[in-house]
Design a binder for this molecule. Structure first.
Ligand code: UFG
Length: 340
């Protein structure tokens, strides 16, 4: 298939570009480069031995989006492009709702206009909200989220479900990711957050490489094995491969909306993650336990059995693999793509 990847210059997007190319698909990327990086697209193409066209278009611009879809001839879209900083989203709700929903409206209208009705959407485990029992199962309702970012994912799932109900030609996969970390094993592409990292593993990696002095561990008094939060970390390569199998499955299957968790089914604490990273890097990670971060849930992980049963997909890489590959990327690119 010829696939348009929105947000393909970003972290998960660029890894998915490589996996799509390796699976024999042709890929074009659209990205406004607010968080993404053109160098990530270039390197993703290089890793798979292909040229990947990058269209620098903001999907919030409906006319430009319509024009793009009318010029390129794609069979399917994987939609990653979105603002994703959880804390910032709560400070800037209007910006997050306008961007994450507006870009999706432009994209869906342009897809419909051009008879493209196969879509894989980046959702998140955050849609289960704080009332869902752990492990999280796809049919849990009602969806909810403590952040505005998370609410944009809840609402987009709803919008896509309604769109498919109104026109049964749509084939849609809603992929709910848990905590993607790691990097391509080559060390050529990886996570390169702008500014101070919000997420645990990029922060640890920047401490290990000497860009930051020490890690703050948010909360040591949670009701978990060691008092720190537990999350279901998943290697970004497993996430990328999950997109390829989900796309292949919806393209070959009946028109419908499918929801799949992309997680491992296992929780890992913050302190366990620090230990694994110290082993992978051979460096000590100075850290200090501080107050809890608002909005963090103590512990959650996926029930990954639906994806395994329906897609034949399950995670293949361990937490140690995630830390090894993150360190390989960060040590080769201490300043991220700015080293290029
Ligand atoms: N943490 C620290 N120190 C840090 C950063 C994080 O101790 O500097 C802790 C957090 O408190 C949490 C764990 O590490 O316990 C993981 O935090 P992340 O920020 O890496 O990930 P979250 O689970 O908070 O967020 C992720 C995704 C979001 C998504 C959310 C759903 O990044 O996109 O899961 O809960 F919305």
């Amino acid at each position: 298939m010829r696939v348009l990847v929105t947000g393909g210059a970003g972290y998960i997007g660029s890894h998915t570009v490589v996996s799509l190319l390796e699976d024999g698909h042709e890929v074009e990327v659209v990205d406004n480069l607010v968080n993404g990086n053109a160098e990530a697209v270039r390197r993703a193409g290089e890793l798979a031995g292909a040229e990947v066209p990058l269209h620098e278009v903001d999907l919030a611009d409906a006319a430009a989006t319509a024009d793009l879809l009318s010029r390129i001839d794609v069979d399917a879209v994987i939609h990653f492009a979105a603002l994703k900083a959880v804390g910032e989203s709560t400070q800037k709700p209007l910006e997050y709702y306008a961007n994450n929903l507006g870009t999706t409206f432009s994209l869906l209208a342009a897809m419909r206009e051009n008879d493209v009705r196969t879509l894989v959407f980046s959702s998140s485990a955050t849609v289960y909200g704080e009332k869902a029992p752990v492990p999280y199962v796809e049919d849990f309702e009602p969806l909810d989220s403590s952040s505005t970012y998370g609410q944009t994912k809840v609402m987009t799932e709803r919008i896509l479900t309604d769109v498919a109900a109104a026109d049964p030609r749509w084939r849609i996969a809603l992929l709910r990711y848990f905590n993607p970390v790691g990097a391509h094993p080559s060390g050529r592409i990886g996570e390169d957050p702008r500014g101070i990292p919000n997420n645990l593993v990029p922060f640890i990696a920047q401490v290990a490489v000497g860009r930051r002095e020490k890690l703050s561990v948010f909360g040591g008094d949670y009701p978990t094995t060691d008092g720190t939060c537990e999350r279901d970390y998943i290697h970004v390569q497993d996430v990328a491969e999950g997109h390829v199998v989900a796309l292949d499955a919806i393209a070959a299957g009946d028109a419908a909306v499918h929801t799949w968790n992309l997680g491992s089914g296992q929780g890992t604490s913050v302190l366990e993650m620090i230990g694994s990273f110290e082993r992978a890097s051979g460096r000590e990670i100075p850290h200090e336990v501080v107050a809890r971060r608002a909005g963090d849930l103590p512990a959650f992980w996926a029930d990954p059995t639906k994806a395994e049963r329906e897609l034949g997909w399950r995670t293949a890489r361990s937490v140690d693999d995630m830390c090894r590959d993150t360190w390989n990327w960060q040590s080769q690119n201490p300043q991220g793509y700015a080293d290029a």
